[in-house]
Design a protein around this ligand. Structure first.
Ligand SMILES: Nc1ncnc2c1ncn2[C@@H]1O[C@H](COP(=O)(O)OP(=O)(O)OP(=O)(O)O)[C@@H](O)[C@H]1O
Ligand SMILES: [Mg+2]
Length: 271
């Protein structure tokens, strides 16, 4: 279990997170949704020790990892795939993936590489290409693949869908249930949570650094307040309108044929 208790953190100024309580069980997918600036990325940065916890605690399977430092976090089973797909553009796909397993022996790293390439076959054909030559979707797969090379118990994903074409978003989200089936716990951050909520076991709404709603993914999907403020197409209070517009179009298209059920349900929920 990844346990976050009463977590408070921030940058140079005032607190950004005001006492977050959240648990991620092995093999479950927990989504955190919220407007831009709510503190979603700050939460992941605090978990991975990139910024300091001011009070509260973070533990993995009973081991306290509060302010343990980024490499101890990875060594104890948490992998953070940051916002904006930070791959090393001039290095090859193989080299980028290898970096994710830098703590492991050659043979272990080769085994993990095989597993990651099974999940993302598109990367297999491009192992010797430089990462900068990949499409946005392939770069996101590479960023997630690099996170998986550490064989994490818990994977922290920061807005994996951002800036990607709808069909690519679907490909990325399709792998998540397969990952959780293998026992990996996933903490998925998304600004506009329609797809995230549709696959989440549990979900929370983060507003100005505090959790203001919790439930199953389906409960939040049906919650009128969430629909109006965070899922409503062109009707989001507090979110960056440009980002919102892009997300809305993408989600509508992505939900397309197969997922119209969910979309229809949400619309009837409003009515
Ligand atoms: N490096 C930083 N230094 C100082 N303040 C920061 C820094 N990064 C974020 N903040 C502030 O912390 C707050 C939360 O930002 P954060 O990036 O966590 O939001 P977010 O929910 O991830 O938003 P987005 O959807 O835009 O990614 C904001 O007020 C932001 O201005
Ligand atoms: Mg963010």
């Amino acid at each position: 279990m990844l346990e976050i208790k009463n977590l408070v953190s921030g940058y140079d100024g005032p607190d950004v997170l005001h006492g977050i309580d959240l648990e991620i069980a092995p093999g479950s997918l927990v989504a955190v949704i919220g407007a831009n600036g709510a503190g979603k990325s700050t939460l992941l940065r605090t978990l991975s020790s990139l910024i300091r916890t001011r009070s509260g605690s973070i533990s993995v399977d009973g081991k306290d990892l509060t302010n343990a430092g980024p490499s101890a976090i990875v060594a104890n089973g948490m992998s953070h795939v940051p916002e904006g797909r930070q791959v090393f553009a001039t290095m090859t796909v193989a080299e980028n993936l290898d970096l994710g397993a830098y703590r492991s022996s050659r043979s272990v790293s080769a085994q993990r590489l095989e597993k990651v390439l099974e999940i993302f076959p598109a990367l297999k054909e491009r192992l010797n290409n430089v990462a900068g030559s990949l499409s946005g979707g392939q770069q996101q797969m590479l960023a997630i693949g690099r996170g998986l090379m550490a064989e994490p118990k818990y994977l922290l994903l920061d807005e994996p869908s951002l800036g990607l074409a709808p069909i690519v978003v679907q490909t990325i989200f399709d792998i998540l249930p397969n990952l959780t089936k293998t026992g990996v716990g996933v903490l998925l951050i998304e600004q506009n949570g329609q797809i995230a909520l549709s696959i989440a076991d549990r979900a929370v709404l983060l507003e100005r650094g505090s959790i203001t709603l919790r439930g199953t993914g389906q409960e939040l999907l049906k919650n009128p307040e969430v629909i109006e403020r965070y899922l409503g197409v062109g009707n989001s209070i507090g979110a960056d309108p440009e980002k919102q517009k892009v997300m809305s179009v993408r989600i509508r298209t992505a939900l397309g044929s197969e997922e119209t059920g969910i979309f229809a349900k949400i619309n009837s929920g409003i009515a």
